[in-house]
Ligand binder design. Structure first.
Ligand code: MV4
Length: 444
């Protein structure tokens, strides 16, 4: 087992990783930018190293600075959390070259899944259901038009380097193709320095359901059921829950089997997520594979009674997994509490937290790095905390979430708490019958 892990991240996920390391008897090193010197991970890690100024590119994204911190402190592994360098092929490789275990995917796996057209080709070959579309990249608008005739409108153009909706254009009919093609290419080129585009049939009003998976160094893989992430706004998830209200035992079995196929196809080591779109007929299609721990891993932990960070560390250290799948025993919901103003188009609201009281009691979990007097820096994402509830049924989980939201006091910054309170009262949300279009028409 590792003796000392450096956490190449900040905020709640840095705290989350430190907690598990402590429980495993592993020493921790926090790295921080000058904007985060008063943060909790810096306070609770065994050691802390300043790696630069607030700008991410000069601190949390600086490979040389982070490797130097690992060498100075003699860390034998690096946990990258989510975001920042967690899916950076170069960082995974540089760690390897320095004899430091990267607790995440291998460079080849990051590259293979990071390029969406390549990932899709891999999944088609492995027999994972994919959305009908172009065979790989499209070279010009003429080829786009001929592909669309075969796929049939509406179609969607996607940037191969994309994810998170950038460089994506829906095309409803042929005469919109030229403009969509030009703008998708332009946006992809500017955002990723890669203007490769491929095409798919556009699935209308899908659900976003993802499967948590794990694989070990010996070729074993398992799934840990699903998370429904359909409640998103501009590709930012706001609420996640498991099980999905749309799930059936039969669908879970089919999606779980497909996700395991996906993991085995790339000899996946570690924990990961296979994202699917699910249509109204319960047909599902591979969308992306995330080779990192995700923000919403917490709800899976609650329903299968399992520490996913511990599992990640054990797999990285060479332990075997049993290969058996995990089914949900409970119902869990997570609300992302952000320093944003839901009455003002979710505008960021950084600043000092003047009063802070967090909810508690049976079945309530808060993952956070904040405290009364803490200032949320403007340089990073605006998440304050993750509020997670777990109960026997969906109805009880919603009631518990309402109770917890009522107890939650945060003063000094605007938060998404009022949005979540409104959502928990919403009939459509309560019915469980919602899709990724839900937030388009939500009124505060
Ligand atoms: C799609 C789609 C419909 N049809 N692909 C959005 C982010 C990127 N990862 C893929 N996305 C989508 N791909 C086809 N063929 C609809 C979306 C989409 C979406 C997906 C998941 C969650 C929220 C979404 C919001 C808008 C569009």
């Amino acid at each position: 087992m590792f003796k000392k892990i450096l956490i190449a991240n900040r905020g709640e996920i840095a705290m989350r990783i430190i907690r598990t390391c402590k429980e495993m008897g592993i020493k921790t090193v926090a790295v921080y930018s000058t904007a985060d010197k008063d943060s909790l991970p810096v306070r609770f890690a065994d050691e802390a190293v300043c790696i630069g100024p607030p700008t991410s590119s000069k601190s949390y994204l600086s490979i040389p600075n982070i490797i130097a911190a690992a060498e100075i402190t003699n860390a034998d592994a690096i946990h990258p959390g989510y975001g920042f360098l967690s899916e950076n092929e170069k960082f995974s490789k540089v760690c390897q070259e320095h004899g430091i275990k990267f607790i995440g995917a291998l460079p080849e796996q990051i590259a293979g899944m990071g390029d969406k057209a390549t990932a899709k080709a891999t999944m088609i070959k492995a027999g994972v259901p994919c959305i009908p579309g172009s065979k790989g990249l499209i070279k010009d608008v003429k080829e786009a038009l001929s592909n669309a005739e075969l796929v049939k409108y509406p179609v969607i153009l996607k940037a191969t380097a994309g994810g998170g909706g950038k460089g994506m254009r829906i095309v409803w009919k042929a005469d919109e193709m030229q403009a969509a093609w030009d703008s998708a290419r332009q946006e992809a080129s500017a955002a990723f320095g890669n203007d490769g585009i491929y095409m798919e049939k556009f699935i209308q009003e899908p659900r976003h359901i993802e499967i948590q998976i794990a694989g070990d160094q010996y070729g074993n893989a398992c799934h840990m059921s699903e998370r429904d992430c359909s409640i998103q706004r501009r590709h930012q998830k706001l609420v996640e829950e498991t099980p999905s209200p749309f799930m059936t035992d039969e669908l879970r079995d089919r999606m779980g089997t497909a996700a395991i196929k996906a993991a085995k196809a790339v000899k996946y080591e570690g924990v990961g997520t296979v994202e699917f779109l699910v249509d109204k007929n319960r047909d599902f299609y591979f969308m992306e594979m995330n080779t990192r721990i995700q923000v919403e891993h917490t709800i899976t932990e609650e329903v299968i009674n399992f520490d996913l960070i511990k599992e990640q560390i054990k797999i990285a250290a060479g332990e075997k997994i049993s290969g058996k799948n995990y089914l949900p025993l409970m119902h869990a919901i997570q609300c992302r509490i952000n320093a944003e103003d839901p009455l003002n188009e979710f505008r960021p609201s950084p600043g000092k937290i003047l009063q802070y009281h967090s909810p508690g009691g049976h079945g309530v979990r808060i993952d956070t790095h904040v405290y009364a007097g803490y200032s949320i820096p403007p340089h990073y994402d605006s998440m304050i905390s993750k509020l997670i509830v777990v109960a026997q049924t969906r109805e009880e989980a919603i009631l518990k979430m309402k109770r917890a939201l009522d107890e939650y006091i945060i003063e000094g910054v605007k938060t998404t708490i009022p949005f979540h309170q409104k959502l928990m009262e919403n009939p459509e949300f309560n019915s469980g019958n919602f899709t990724t279009k839900f937030m388009d028409s939500f009124e505060m």
